[in-house]
Write a protein that binds this ligand. Sequence first.
Ligand SMILES: Nc1nc2c(c(=O)[nH]1)N[C@H]1C(S)=C(S)[C@@H](COP(=O)(O)OP(=O)(O)OC[C@H]3O[C@@H](n4cnc5c(=O)[nH]c(N)nc54)[C@H](O)[C@@H]3O)O[C@H]1N2
Ligand SMILES: Nc1nc2c(c(=O)[nH]1)N[C@H]1C(S)=C(S)[C@@H](COP(=O)(O)OP(=O)(O)OC[C@H]3O[C@@H](n4cnc5c(=O)[nH]c(N)nc54)[C@H](O)[C@@H]3O)O[C@H]1N2
Ligand code: SF4
Ligand SMILES: [Mo]
Length: 711
Amino acid sequence: MSVARAGKAVCPYCGVGCVLTSTVEGNAVKRIRADPADAPNFGMMCPKGALAGEVFSDPDRLTRPLIRREKGGPLEPATWEQAIVRVADALAEAPADRVAWYGSGQLDTEASYAFTKLFKGLLGCNHTDTNSRLCMSSAVAGYTQAFGSDGPPGCYADIEEADTFLILGANMAANHPVLFNRVRRRRVVEPDARIVVVDPRRTRTAAHADHHLAVAPGGDVPLLRFLARALVDAGEIDAAAFAAATDGGAAWLDRLAAEDPDDLARRSGVPRAQLDAAAETLFGGRKLMSLYCMGANQSAQGTLKNRELIHLSLLLGQLGRPGCGPFSLTGQPNAMGGREVGYLAHQLPGYRLVAESADREAMERFWGTVRGSISPEPGRAAVEMFKAAAAGATDVLWVACTNPVASLPDAERTREALRRTPLVVVQDVTAASETVAYADVVLPACQWGEKAGTMTNSERLVVRSDRFLEAPGACRPDWWIVASVGHAIEERRGDAAGRFAWASHEDVWDEFRRTTTGRPCDLAGMTNERLRAGPLQWPCPDPGHPGTARRYAGGRVLTASSKPRTAGETQETAARSAAICDAADAAFPLVLTTGRVASQWHSRTKTRHVAVLDAQEGGPFFEVHPDDAAAAGVTHGDRAAVVGRRGRAEATVRVSDEARPGCVFSPFHWADSAGPLANVNQLTSDAVDPASQQPELKACAVRIEKVEEAR
Ligand SMILES: Nc1nc2c(c(=O)[nH]1)N[C@H]1C(S)=C(S)[C@@H](COP(=O)(O)OP(=O)(O)OC[C@H]3O[C@@H](n4cnc5c(=O)[nH]c(N)nc54)[C@H](O)[C@@H]3O)O[C@H]1N2
Ligand SMILES: Nc1nc2c(c(=O)[nH]1)N[C@H]1C(S)=C(S)[C@@H](COP(=O)(O)OP(=O)(O)OC[C@H]3O[C@@H](n4cnc5c(=O)[nH]c(N)nc54)[C@H](O)[C@@H]3O)O[C@H]1N2
Ligand code: SF4
Ligand SMILES: [Mo]
């Protein structure tokens, strides 16, 4: 196969989805440029993107399939045929409810669709879920409950028109840097623009805020209700218009009127005067754009936090208007695409649901499978999937493009799930993933640049990436690996349907795009030819359609009544009773929150190879407020343990008044390979949001103990 001398691809890191052009010499990336012609980055990129060519220098790169003949034995080299037969036989022989797939928002759409078709279509198994459950599922639930459909209403270009940015639970300066540059530039162009940041920590993002509200963990819902109440009390709201334009709005306003603003302020953990001042940035018909991420989603109240953010836009009557609206930032480069293919346990392609009989029948017809072959029961969501596996409920667990040992809450249970499951299949690019150590079959995949494929960024923009590098050894594109297993299972069954007989990624795309015809995320008009020419935003129903920047014009949404729905009383009551599930007490007086730093990506399988990035943080750390450090008897630079109800982790103490008193922050980038106690997910709680099943990774109760270093 010939390889191009330059290629365009979506940056392999965050959901901003910058398009990067790589110049290639030999089989190595020589230089990466952000092409000014390409949306959405306008010639910008951050250091991670600029240095993304260095990830190819991985000494642990997987280059051939590996098989472990028995648990405890060594991983030995194998051929693709041996590996595929081993996986296909195991999947075909196990009962459909004893197999599971755990994937990733970093897989391209083609691979994500192939996995969904293999498990839900061919095997009749809905136990498919991904790290998106740890990431975006509260946003999915929030949008779907409010608008009758997932997916953001607006687009990045709203940033250039907004007056007030409400950035909640998002450290954009570190984690969506190019998009944050657009926010900052807006304030230069329009000096009257305001930034309100809601985050317990004084982050790099908060440093740019006009108002930093250092919310108490679990305090977002009362904080957002306070802002809503302030709008009403200031006479900024046309209550009759709001009630008429929404489903449930009148009752919602009544409940809001019954709240006591002082009580809301107290529960938010932010002084009333600061809240009053921040509320004023919403007055006078100013255009509000809310930008939110894991501080909103990773919570047992994640769905309600999303809904309260949506309520603010509805109250202001701004849904569907340029420069306005609720905008959920996606984390991974294809977090959106995975939702479109329907890989979460309750979904089917094209924003369909397994619980809807019409949706199941449509997909059974499309896939040419027997009527009734798709189970009507939603499968196990991520946390439930690993709990079940740890309890011995699973025979085959296929993990692709994610490192659950490092990233799922309650790491010791994740390890137990992997030890206990008879056949663990791990499809990855590097043995640096902690999860590979638990694999019985390792499937080596191509990484970015070594394969072509399609991804959707935060603003529904669908981008095709080129292949411009030769993959090492026997690595194969993810979609090819799935298709080979699907084909082998059909052959075993004597089924000649050829459902996986795709010759290229373009064949997979062509099939997938047709599943979305007439659906909310309609991308049927995005032919391969068009995507080769440039990106497009959905909905894009036919090949002549230009794509859609903003949905819900005139405030009309996809619910039965076309009106947005407000949250119900039961949901609000539940949120009031338990702000944090794993709450602090005398034994565990502090709240640990976890997240990210600018220079590292998740479990560091990529960024550890980029010297400049890796040098930026010394290793795992706990950021602690001076008062809490003093109370625990630790000082800056000490080695300390953070101890919680499920385990402990150790790291270096950073004393900083950027921390909120009572809160400890630790990044989750360093896991088992950085030392036996580096993995902060040994502490995190598996409590989940009841609607979204998203775990509460942002809050668990801990105490700090000094560790005496052995001399
Ligand atoms: N450099 C870098 N960039 C990344 C990633 C990465 O690993 N590294 N990962 C990508 C992915 S997958 C994702 S999902 C995004 C995540 O992007 P972000 O959501 O910005 O990242 P986090 O650091 O996890 O959490 C954001 C903030 O939530 C705050 N927070 C904690 N608890 C609460 C709370 O109760 N309320 C509020 N309001 N805030 C709270 C934390 O203090 C933190 O500053 O980043 C993407 N971009
Ligand atoms: N405590 C705590 N835990 C968290 C979070 C938090 O804020 N706090 N955030 C959660 C969130 S939002 C997320 S998104 C997750 C992320 O958590 P993970 O998904 O576990 O993180 P990564 O390190 O990105 O793992 C991706 C894996 O895919 C491999 N890979 C890269 N490219 C390819 C490819 O093209 N094909 C294949 N097959 N493999 C590839 C990489 O080598 C790596 O092993 O972590 C979650 N866990
Ligand atoms: S902002 Fe995100 S997508 Fe853009 S270059 Fe940086 S990491 Fe890549
Ligand atoms: Mo994420």
